[in-house]
Each structure stands twice: as structure tokens, then as C-alpha cells.
Design a protein around this ligand. Structure first.
Ligand SMILES: Cc1cc2nc3c(=O)[nH]c(=O)nc-3n(C[C@H](O)[C@H](O)[C@H](O)COP(=O)(O)OP(=O)(O)OC[C@H]3O[C@@H](n4cnc5c(N)ncnc54)[C@H](O)[C@@H]3O)c2cc1C
Length: 294
């Protein structure tokens, strides 16, 4: 991912096989372009060791769709982020975290272009859509020269701006398993300047499935507090199988703070991130609890 643009050729293949063929031919000198909001601003800079000469536009591959099925919801990788915000199903339990993340992502003009797949494949630790998809245990479908393969989202992120796809693979689809009805989810993003185009200082998504005040499933996803977006298994186990009280939620939020080692950077100090991730997780869990109790 440590590359900048020096374009020789812009390709717009009409089918998946051709797209994979071009990516395979040019190796790390080629890169997929979806919305282009992440890849186009890349310029030479410190530490950027190689350049991208071929852009492979995936807009003619029919990857812009949302299909709501009995057991899962399938989102095409090239679906623009504003589409998610407009889907009624994502604005009510159990999927609210998705529309909240889509709303919090950038400005209307950017998210008219920016795609869900691009948000995952840039593998930024603070990418907004990544978090609800982690909390909903999504599976990713990719295609390459050897056919298609499924990747659990928890295995997708490998390091800062580095993910599990090979240079000649394309992310096709994001599959969200249907969540039980007694589930609530929430997404919260803290920005430094509170402008639409501010990336997150910390962002979190939580999901709780509960019955008669007891937690059956707890999932907590954290952004901008590690090189990759990640789940917080220790804090999740504080809640799973327990009564969903305010005390248990505060304990889970305190456990999150113990589980992470954020860095300080231009947006916030490490200490501020640690403090705020606890606050955001507690609030998101409380909202998820209210939503799962319906
Ligand atoms: C002004 C501005 C504001 C922004 N604000 C936010 C924000 O608030 N929150 C946020 O999370 N992000 C933000 N971003 C970052 C960016 O918009 C998002 O990450 C966006 O979702 C990227 O999607 P895209 O389709 O534009 O990706 P592209 O730029 O097209 O691609 C990004 C990367 O993913 C790869 N890729 C894309 N699709 C695929 C695929 N299907 N298969 C394989 N590889 C693929 C590309 O090769 C590239 O490396 C912002 C960017 C800008 C310029």
C-alpha cells in the first residue's frame, strides 16, 4: 500500500475475468480504482517506494447493489456509501450502526463516490464502515485468478493500510449474516474538528443481542486505537452471558481501555484516545442495549 500514482494507463474492463487478468499482468504496478477518493489523492512522499502505473476501474463489473435475503444481506463492493445511508432496513434495529457509520462518513459529495469496498480495502484503522461490519461479523467475498474465496472480516486487516487481498484479487461483496431480532447496534465517531471530512480520532461500533435483560452476544469494534480496526474480545466476554446492567456495561468499557495501546498522532494524544474509547464504548453499549430491548 506504500505507493503513489504515476499513471500510464487507465483500464475499464467489462467483466471480472478481464479485470483479474489486467491486475495479474501488471502485479503491484496495477491497482483497483472504485470511487477514487482514497487512491487519487496519493502523491509521492516520504517512504513511498513504488508507484502505481495502471488503474483498473471496477465500475462496469456490476458490483453496485444491496440484496436483502433471508439469511444474509449482500452488499456489492462498489456500492457508494451514501446508498447505505438511504436504505430503510439499515436505519432500524438491528442494523442501525451501518446507517450511523454511513452518515458519519465524510461529506455528501465524497460519499457519492466513495464505496464500501474501498473503505475496507484502504485498510485504514479509522475507516468508518469497517466498524459496524466487524460488529456484525461480516464475511468478504473476493475473486482472483484461482476463483473466489471468502474471508472473515476479522482476518482481513493485516497492518496499517495493509489487507489480506493479493495484488490480483478484487473484493466483490460484503455479506452480513442476518442478526437476531432482539439485537441492537450503535456506531459513534469522535472527530477532532467536528467537520464532515474529519477522520475519526476514535470510532466504535457495538452490537448486543439480549433476551429478558441478559446478554447473549456482545461484539465491540474499535477504530483508530491500533494499527488496524479490531474487536475487543476481553470486553465482549465481560458481557456475554451476563445480565445487561449499567455496571456490567461500565466494566466492559473499562476492560476495553485495558485491551488497547493507542498511539498519539496529529489528531490526538494516546492518553486522550484511551480516555475517549472508554466513554464511546460505554455510550454505544447503552444505546445498543436500549435498541435490543426495543
Ligand atoms: C475529503 C475526504 C474525506 C474523507 N472522509 C472519510 C471519513 O469520514 N471516513 C472514512 O472512513 N474515510 C474517509 N475518507 C477516505 C475515503 O473516502 C474512504 O476510505 C472511501 O470509502 C474509499 O472508497 P473509494 O471507493 O473511494 O476507494 P478508492 O480510492 O477507489 O480505493 C481505495 C483503496 O482500495 C482499493 N480498492 C477499492 N475497491 C476495491 C475492490 N473492490 N477490490 C480490491 N481493492 C479495492 C484500491 O485499490 C485502493 O487501494 C475521506 C477521503 C477524502 C478525500
Amino acid at each position: 500500500m506504500n505507493a503513489y500514482l504515476l499513471i500510464d494507463e487507465y483500464h475499464r474492463p467489462q467483466d471480472l475475468a478481464k479485470a483479474v487478468e489486467i491486475l495479474s499482468k501488471f502485479g503491484r504496478k496495477a491497482r483497483v480504482i472504485a470511487g477514487g477518493t482514497d487512491i487519487l489523492p496519493r502523491r509521492p512522499g516520504v517512504g513511498k517506494t513504488h508507484y502505481i502505473a495502471h488503474l483498473v476501474d471496477i465500475s462496469d463489473l456490476d458490483l453496485n447493489y444491496i440484496k436483502s435475503e433471508n439469511r444474509r444481506i449482500r452488499i456489492g463492493a462498489a456500492t457508494p456509501i451514501n446508498t447505505l445511508g438511504a436504505i430503510a432496513e439499515f436505519s432500524s434495529a438491528p442494523y442501525q450502526a451501518l446507517s450511523e457509520a454511513a452518515d458519519a462518513h465524510s461529506s455528501p459529495t465524497i460519499k457519492n463516490r466513495a464505496t464500501v469496498g474501498g473503505n475496507l480495502c484502504n485498510a485504514s484503522a479509522c475507516a468508518d464502515l469497517t466498524l459496524p461490519l466487524l460488529a456484525m461479523d461480516a464475511t468478504l467475498l473476493a475473486a482472483g485468478p484461482d476463483g473466489q474465496r471468502e474471508i472473515p472480516i476479522t482476518d482481513f486487516f493485516r497492518g496499517a493500510n495493509y489487507m489480506a487481498l493479493d495484488d490480483n484479487e478484487i473484493l466483490l461483496e460484503i455479506c452480513i449474516p442476518r442478526q437476531p431480532e432482539n439485537t441492537g447496534s450503535a456506531f459513534i465517531k469522535l472527530r477532532r474538528q467536528q467537520t464532515a471530512i474529519d477522520m475519526a480520532v476514535v470510532n466504535v461500533a457495538t452490537l448486543l443481542t439480549g433476551s429478558r435483560g441478559h446478554c447473549e452476544v456482545a461484539r465491540i469494534a474499535l477504530g483508530a486505537v491500533a494499527p488496524i480496526a479490531l474487536r475487543a474480545p476481553g470486553a465482549e466476554s465481560v458481557l456475554a452471558g451476563k445480565k445487561l446492567t449499567g455496571k456490567a456495561i461500565s466494566e466492559a468499557a473499562a476492560t476495553v481501555v485495558e485491551e488497547i495501546s493507542p498511539i498519539g498522532d496529529i489528531r490526538a494524544t494516546a492518553a486522550y484516545r484511551r480516555e475517549m474509547v472508554g466513554v464511546l464504548v460505554r455510550r454505544a453499549l447503552e444505546t445498543s442495549r436500549q435498541r435490543c430491548e426495543g
